[in-house]
Design a protein around this ligand. Structure first.
Ligand code: CU
Length: 269
C-alpha cells in the first residue's frame, strides 16, 4: 500500500521486487538441471562457429590436368543423447584423374606448395610425430571412439582414399573425428597417385599428384535459419504453429536438443 501513488513510490516498489532473494533450493535444482544442457549448447555453438577452411588443389608437374577444391567445415555429431563431438566434414571435388582409380588423400604438415612434386608439404600431419599411419575408421567404430573419448591410432591427417568416377572426377564427402580445423589451417591437402593401403610408414600411396594449401575461406553472410518446428510437418512457414492445441510453444524447445545431430553417422566415401 505504501507503494501506490506518485513516481517516487513506484521506484521504491521496483527496488523491493529486485531485492527479493530467490529460493536457494529452487536455484540449486535449476543449476543442476541446466548446467550440462547449457554446456552442451555452448560446445555446439563454439563448434559450428569455427571458421570453415578450403584448399584449391593444383596438379603437380607430372599431373598438370588435375584440379580440385576441398572444403573443411565444422560439424556437430550427436548420434544419441549421451555423446556429442565436434568433427570436421571434408568435401572434395576433383577433376582430371584416371577413370575409376583410388588415390590416397591426406593432410600434410606444411602449407608449402613451392615445389612442383608436392614434397615441400612434408609428411602426414599429426601433433604427435611418433604416431603411426592408418586408415580412417568405419562409421560405427568412429562413433564408438568418440563416445569412449580415445584417439584412434593413425595420423590426424590420414583421410584414407578418394575414388575417381568413370569421367575421372571425384565428388567426395566424409566426416573425420581427428581433423581439427584450428590445427590444420595453414597445412596442405595432398592427393596421391596410388591408393593408401594403410601400410607403414605412409600407406604406399606413391607420388603426389595434386597439392593445395588449406586456408580460411570467404563465408557468405549467415542466413538465419528459423527454429525447427517439430509439429509443423514442413509446411507453411507461419501457419503451422497456429494449429494443434498445446504443442505450439513446446515444440521448438524440444527440437533444440535434437537439431545438432549431423545425421549421426560418419559417412563413408
Ligand atoms: Cu600423403
Amino acid at each position: 500500500m505504501g507503494c501506490r501513488g506518485g513516481g517516487g513510490g513506484g521506484r521504491r516498489h521496483r527496488r523491493h521486487r529486485r531485492r527479493r532473494p530467490p529460493p536457494a533450493a529452487a536455484a540449486a535444482v535449476q543449476t543442476a538441471e541446466w548446467g550440462p544442457r547449457l554446456a552442451a549448447t555452448l560446445d555446439r555453438a563454439r563448434c559450428l562457429g569455427l571458421p570453415p577452411l578450403a584448399a584449391t588443389l593444383v596438379g603437380t608437374a607430372t599431373h598438370e590436368a588435375v584440379r580440385g577444391t576441398v572444403h573443411l567445415t565444422p560439424s556437430w555429431m550427436a548420434p544419441d543423447d549421451t555423446v556429442a563431438a565436434c568433427v570436421t566434414r571434408v568435401a572434395a571435388n576433383v577433376t582430371g584423374l584416371p577413370p575409376g582409380t583410388a588415390h590416397g588423400f591426406h593432410i600434410h604438415t606444411y602449407g608449402d606448395a613451392t615445389t612442383r612434386d608436392g614434397k615441400s608439404a612434408g609428411g602426414h600431419y599429426d601433433r604427435d610425430p611418433s604416431m603411426t599411419h592408418g586408415l580412417p575408421l568405419a562409421a560405427a567404430e568412429a562413433v564408438a571412439a568418440v563416445a569412449a573419448g580415445h584417439k584412434p591410432v593413425r595420423h590426424e591427417g590420414d583421410m584414407g582414399n578418394v575414388r575417381a568416377a568413370a569421367d575421372g572426377g571425384v565428388f567426395f564427402s566424409r566426416l573425420y573425428e581427428l581433423v581439427v580445423l584450428e590445427h590444420v589451417v595453414g597445412r596442405s591437402i595432398i592427393l596421391h597417385q596410388a591408393p593408401d593401403d594403410g601400410g607403414q610408414p605412409t600407406g604406399n600411396a606413391g607420388a603426389r599428384v595434386a597439392q593445395g594449401v588449406i586456408g580460411y575461406k570467404l563465408v557468405p553472410k549467415a542466413k538465419v535459419a528459423p527454429p525447427p518446428t517439430a509439429g509443423g510437418a514442413g509446411e507453411g512457414a507461419k501457419g503451422g504453429a497456429a494449429g494443434g492445441g498445446g504443442g505450439g510453444r513446446g515444440a521448438p524447445l524440444k527440437g533444440e536438443g535434437h537439431s545438432p545431430t549431423e545425421g549421426g553417422a560418419m559417412h563413408e566415401a
